[in-house]
Design a protein around this ligand. Structure first.
Ligand code: CP
Length: 312
C-alpha cells in the first residue's frame, strides 16, 4: 500500500485499520523522522492547513507532540482551552464542535474522557478527526508510536512476544496495542491484579497471566502501565507497596525476560509503583525514544489525513 491508497478522513482507532494501513503510517513516519535532525526543523508540507487541538483531559506527551508535529509541518495549530471556552457557560460539546467547524479547520485532534466522543464528532464534522485518547477505549496514536519504537529497536514486530503489565481494565493504551501488535503478527500476554483485569480479555486473542514472572518469561518487549486512578471508582489494590512487590518491574525481575528485551512505558510513569527507577533509566529502556518518535508518527498521521499527497 502507498499513500495514494489512503482514503480515510479520520483516525479513530486501531481496531478498524488494516495491517497495510498501519505499515503505511509507520513508513511515512520514518520519512519524517529526519526533520527533527535539521537545523531548521520545519517543512512546508501542511502550509495553509488548520488543525484544532481539543484536549478535555490532561496531557503532556500527546498534546505537546501534536503541537510540535503541526509546527514542523507548517500547519496553523489552534489550542482550544475548554476551561476558558463557552462550554463553561453551558454550550454543549456538539454545538462547540459545530461552531469550530464553521471556521473551516482541516483537522481536529481530540482527547476526551468518554469513549466514543471522537467517533461522534467524526460523523458530524467535515474536518478529519484524530482520536488522541477516548476514555478507556482507544489511544491509536500511542499504539502507532509504540509500534514505530519496537520496529526501530527490534527490526520487526512479527514473531515478537510482548508483555503488557498493569491496570489492563482502565487502559486505552493496552486496547490499541493489542489490536495493533496482533495485526502485525506479535503475540501478546497481559498481566495485572485480578481487580484490574477485564472479564473476557482472552476474547481479544491475548494470553492472560496473573503473575509478573509468568508474563515476563520469554518476553521480547515489556510494556509497563500506570494504575489509572482517575478511572477507578474505588481502591482496587491494598497498597502501593504491595502492588510494587507483586507487579513492579525491578532489575532482578527484568532478568526473567529475554536477554535483549526492551522496556517501554507510555507515560506518565510512577516510579516505585509500576517500575523501579534503575529500570526506567536503564539501558533496556526506550521510554524517551517513544516520546521522540511520537512527533514523527503524529506528523505522518496529520499528513495522511490532510489529503495532501506527494508533498512529504
Ligand atoms: N501517553 C500519553 O498519552 O501521555 P499524555 O497523557 O501525557 O499525553
Amino acid at each position: 500500500m502507498n499513500e495514494t491508497n489512503w482514503h480515510r478522513k479520520d483516525l479513530l482507532g486501531i481496531a478498524e485499520l488494516s495491517a497495510a494501513e498501519i505499515e503505511l503510517i509507520l513508513d511515512t513516519a520514518e520519512s519524517f523522522r529526519e526533520v527533527a535532525e535539521r537545523p531548521i526543523k520545519k517543512v512546508p508540507t501542511l502550509r495553509g492547513k488548520t488543525v484544532i487541538n481539543l484536549f478535555f483531559e490532561a496531557s503532556t506527551r500527546t498534546r505537546s507532540s501534536f503541537e510540535i508535529a503541526e509546527k514542523r509541518l507548517s500547519a496553523d495549530g489552534l489550542n482550544f482551552s475548554s476551561s476558558s471556552s463557552a462550554l463553561v457557560k453551558g454550550e454543549s460539546l456538539v454545538d462547540t464542535a459545530r461552531n469550530l467547524q464553521a471556521m473551516s479547520p482541516d483537522l481536529i485532534v481530540i482527547r476526551h474522557g468518554h469513549p466514543g466522543v471522537p467517533h461522534r464528532l467524526a460523523r458530524l464534522l467535515e474536518a478529519g478527526v484524530i482520536n488522541a485518547g477516548d476514555g478507556a477505549h482507544e489511544h491509536p496514536t500511542q499504539a502507532l508510536l509504540d509500534a514505530f519504537t519496537i520496529r526501530q529497536h527490534k527490526g520487526q514486530i512479527g514473531g515478537l512476544r510482548v508483555a503488557i503489565i498493569g491496570d489492563i481494565e482502565h487502559s486505552r493504551v493496552v486496547r490499541s496495542n493489542i489490536h495493533l501488535l496482533q495485526k502485525l503478527g506479535a503475540s501478546v500476554v497481559v498481566a495485572g491484579p485480578r481487580t484490574m483485569m477485564p472479564v473476557g480479555i482472552e476474547g481479544l486473542g491475548v494470553d492472560v497471566a496473573y503473575s509478573l514472572d509468568e508474563a515476563l518469561d520469554g518476553a521480547d518487549v515489556v510494556m509497563m502501565l500506570r494504575i489509572q486512578l482517575e478511572r477507578q471508582g474505588r481502591p482496587l489494590i491494598p497498597s502501593i507497596k504491595e502492588y510494587f512487590s507483586l507487579f513492579g518491574l525491578t532489575r532482578d525481575r527484568l532478568g526473567l525476560a529475554n536477554e535483549d528485551a526492551i522496556v517501554m512505558h507510555p507515560g506518565p510513569m510512577n516510579r516505585g509503583v509500576e517500575i523501579a527507577s534503575d529500570v526506567a533509566d536503564g539501558p533496556e529502556s526506550v521510554i524517551l525514544a517513544q516520546v521522540a518518535n511520537g512527533v514523527a508518527v503524529r506528523m505522518a498521521i496529520l499528513y495522511l489525513l490532510s489529503g495532501v499527497r506527494g508533498a512529504a
